[in-house]
Design a binder for this molecule. Structure first.
Ligand code: PLP
Length: 413
């Protein structure tokens, strides 16, 4: 698809268009599993040589993801964390420094604190809702500002335009984890960021079947550095996962619209409950950064809500045990409604004081709203809230399905 033609197409049509066509003109992008490619001659014209470096199916996904942000091809990785790892390895070395929001996905904190720090790359975690805190944390060794907005799982926002300005004035690169909204609802590059970073495992695939990550950017030199890093550490996405994600992407717009609208309804319902202590959702009138949400998000505010059930951790345990429709699983953005307990799951590896300081209390639950009718989701939450108020024995009697299992002590994905 030529760039000129693609510019006239809607977001939805770009999603459906898929990758470049091949000789036999299949409607659906073919899955090319071959690890290697025949060369007609030495230094020939075949753009593909070996699938760790590039693969036609992965390349098709890269074209679509880049196109959605009006750039050249994205770079796809084996997972969201593989994308982040490549980013940090590509642009920092021993002695360098990173500034990162303190409320981000727990795996990002683990990567920076427990993996990169011993290699000599230090990180300052800041309240990224406050641009002056970002600015104050930057020093002469800082190479990268890494933000996640909305942040996982507190949903707090960073002002992308201000953060990009601050980072660039100090000579740093600015990367934004855009997993919670995708390019359908937020375009970090348009606010000046250098990179949009994704766990494609989440909303972009949408069906809980394909792990993957991606980085989108505009500067070819920086992208070349990332491709070199990916080739060197061997972290490209598998063709099969890229193929699944290409197919999942076709319904992204429809899923986003439906799931975000349902999330809005569910968040409003939760906000009115006495049995709920707090609800975080950028679409709520009461959301503290409401204006920023309106100016940065493209009309909808994502499908993820977080909340605290009155009664703290014990009540959260009873609530989760009692859910019948929404399942306990460490994931967001899928077509099924899923609940995660941040402290024991996504943020299990973050030390408790650091977790609490980031606003992630012991009882905080995250709900990723799926495609079920919102009234059924609400009805499940209502009965679980009722159970959460009762003593444990009564709760057990109310549990119809054992499929949710126990609130696990440590999953730590
Ligand atoms: N970024 C965010 C916001 C996430 O929620 C996650 C995973 O939960 C990741 C990155 C890591 O992605 P992956 O699980 O694909 O490695």
């Amino acid at each position: 698809m030529t760039k000129l033609f693609s510019k006239r197409l809607s977001f939805q049509s770009r999603l459906l268009r898929g990758g470049p066509e091949c000789h036999s003109h299949p409607l659906v992008t073919p899955l090319v599993q071959s690890t290697t490619f025949i060369q007609e001659q030495l230094n020939g014209t075949n753009p593909f040589a070996y699938s760790r470096v590039g693969n036609p199916t992965v390349s098709a996904l890269e074209q679509v993801l880049g196109d959605l942000e009006d750039t050249g091809p994205a770079i796809c990785f084996s997972s969201g964390l593989a994308a982040e790892t490549a980013l940090f390895l590509a642009f920092t070395k021993a002695g360098d420094h990173v500034v990162c929001g303190k409320a981000v996905y727990g795996g990002t904190i683990r990567l920076l604190q427990q993996f990169l720090e011993p290699l000599g790359v230090t990180t300052t975690f800041v309240d990224a809702t406050d641009p002056t805190a970002i600015s104050a944390a930057i020093n002469e060794r800082t190479k990268l500002v890494f933000l996640e907005t909305p942040a996982n799982p507190t949903l707090v926002l960073s002002d992308l335009r201000k953060a990009a300005l601050i980072g660039h004035e100090a000579g740093c690169l600015v990367a934004v984890d855009n997993t919670f909204l995708t390019s359908g609802l937020q375009k970090p590059l348009d606010f000046g960021a250098d990179f949009s970073v994704y766990s494609t495992t989440k909303l972009l695939d949408g069906h809980s079947t394909a792990l993957g990550g991606a980085i989108v950017g505009r500067d070819e030199k920086l992208l070349d550095r990332l491709r070199f890093t990916r080739k060197s550490i061997g972290s490209i996405q598998t063709p099969f996962n890229a193929w699944l994600t290409l197919n999942g992407l076709k319904t992204l717009r429809i899923r986003l619209t439906r799931q975000c609208r349902s999330a809005q309804r569910v968040a409003e319902w939760l906000a009115e409950r006495n049995a709920i202590d707090s609800v975080n959702y950028p679409g709520l009138e009461s959301f503290p950064q409401r204006d920023l949400a309106e100016s940065q998000h493209l009309g909808l505010h994502g499908n993820v809500i977080s909340f605290e059930v009155r009664g703290g951790y014990e009540a959260a345990v009873r609530f989760v045990k009692s859910l019948q429709l929404c399942r306990l699983a460490e994931h967001i953005g899928s077509v099924e409604s899923l609940v995660t307990h941040a402290a024991s799951m996504t943020h299990a590896d973050v030390p408790r004081p650091q977790r609490i300081a980031a606003g992630i209390s012991d009882g905080l639950l995250r709900l990723s709203v799926g495609l079920e009718p919102p009234r059924e989701i609400i009805s499940d939450l209502r009965q679980a809230l009722k159970c959460a108020r009762q003593p444990d024995n009564a709760v057990k009697a109310n549990v119809k399905s054992e499929s949710n299992g126990q609130l696990v002590a440590e999953v730590g994905g």
